[in-house]
Design a binder for this molecule. Structure first.
Ligand code: NAD
Ligand code: UDP
Length: 346
């Protein structure tokens, strides 16, 4: 059974690829490498001992997408490809709308044409906007506070409309909370471009000496220590949820939404402290103003995924910190090899 993985060279897609291959699926990977390195593909092959085709295709290139669907008999698509930086999305909103939304529409049109109608989509807890209370369940009202979040919200709505128009589609909308960590081998992991926006990659770059000090955005939230609280989830747990969703779509019709989180909130200081004690690395930090647009507390009610998919997160915060550090320490500069050199070899 062949699964198309869009965005498969990226952080979450590469972990999903490993999990799919280790569970006996055949995969084809697609990525335009706008935010990833082709070296991650080599690492996936090395980790699994399996080969698979990789296509450096852009979802905006409908012609190339069609060629791919004509060539392979895909059974389903895991759709990770998209731009994801909140701050950048405020600066260049049209790029975000075009890339994420047009890319997804192209993908769905080609899927429909080739009768591939099972889709697992990477949504985000950002679609809950500023929730009134926690834990957040799937029935909470939806809103967006920035263009990135709006692309996720709009894509969810587009996919719901698509299902209404044609009930042979089977779609899982997976709302991720805060994925961190890395494969326990330390061979694949998160490889941010430039200065990290997210907390965990920033912490690990401070630990490796690439950044001097972490700025903690706000210590006056209504949380146990005043710093923001999030539902951090190990990326390997997260991708296992995708395999459960895929199995669910094999047996069930419809469009369903699932939170993928642990159900436990930890603060920024909790994460810093755990990281320090697990890795014995000192993380200097200073408190600064709140970051514009941030919410105080966000964590999931993950019961629906447990009940319906039979999935729950298993890895704890210590394991998330250990695996992040293992990846960072072994790859201080991420996937160093340039795309240009490796693309030449394809
Ligand atoms: P990532 O940037 O590491 O991976 C996304 C991949 O998509 C990249 O390799 C990029 O090159 C590729 N891509 C982007 N636009 C493309 C296009 N038009 N055609 C082909 N490839 C394209 O990001 P990630 O953290 O792995 O996130 C994967 C998905 O999960 C994204 O849709 C993201 O919005 C969503 N998500 C991520 C998080 C998170 O914290 N990492 C949280 C919630 C949701
Ligand atoms: N955060 C921080 N310093 C940073 C990056 C993030 O204090 O350099 C805080 C942020 O304010 C939030 C938490 O860490 O409370 C998680 O932020 P991240 O950007 O990782 O995820 P998101 O805000 O999207 O949930």
């Amino acid at each position: 059974m062949t699964i198309l993985v869009t965005g498969g060279a990226g952080y979450i897609g590469s972990h999903a690829a490993v999990e799919l291959l280790n569970n006996g699926y055949d995969i084809v990977l697609l990525d335009n490498l706008s935010n990833s390195q082709i070296e991650s593909i080599n690492r996936i092959k090395e980790l699994t001992g399996k080969d698979f085709p990789f296509y450096p295709i852009d979802l905006l290139n409908r012609g190339e997408l069609e060629t791919l669907f004509a060539k392979y008999d895909f059974k389903a698509v895991m759709h990770f490809a998209g731009l994801k930086a909140v701050g950048e999305s405020v600066e260049i909103p049209l790029n975000y709308y075009h890339n994420n939304i047009t890319g997804t529409i192209n993908l769905c049109e080609v899927m429909a044409k080739y009768e591939v109608k099972k889709l697992v989509f990477s949504s985000s807890a950002t679609v809950y906007g500023n929730p009134e209370r926690v834990p957040i369940d799937e029935s909470f009202p939806l809103s967006a506070t920035n263009p990135y979040g709006r692309t996720k919200l709009m894509i969810e709505e587009i996919l719901r409309d698509l299902y209404v128009s044609d009930s042979t589609w089977r779609i899982a909308l997976l709302r991720y909370f805060n994925p961190i960590g890395a494969h326990e081998s330390g061979r694949i992991g998160e490889n941010p471009n430039g200065i990290p926006n997210n907390l965990m990659p920033y912490i690990s770059q401070v630990a490796i000496g690439k950044r001097e000090m972490l700025s903690v955005f706000g210590n006056d939230y209504e949380t146990h220590d005043g710093t923001g609280v999030r539902d951090f989830i190990h990326v390997v747990d997260l991708v296992r949820g995708h395999l459960k969703a895929l199995q669910y779509l094999e047996n069930n019709e419809g469009i369903e939404t699932f939170n993928l989180g642990t159900g436990t909130g930890y603060s920024v200081l909790d994460l810093i402290n755990t990281f320090q004690s697990v890795t014995s690395q000192k993380i200097p930090y200073q408190f600064v103003e709140r970051r514009a647009g941030d919410i105080g507390i966000c964590f999931a009610n993950p019961e629906k995924a447990d009940k319906v998919l039979g999935w729950k997160a298993e890895k704890n915060l210590e394991e998330m910190c250990r695996d992040t550090w293992n990846w960072q320490r072994n790859n201080p500069n991420g996937y160093e090899t340039s795309n240009d050199i490796l693309l030449h070899e394809i």
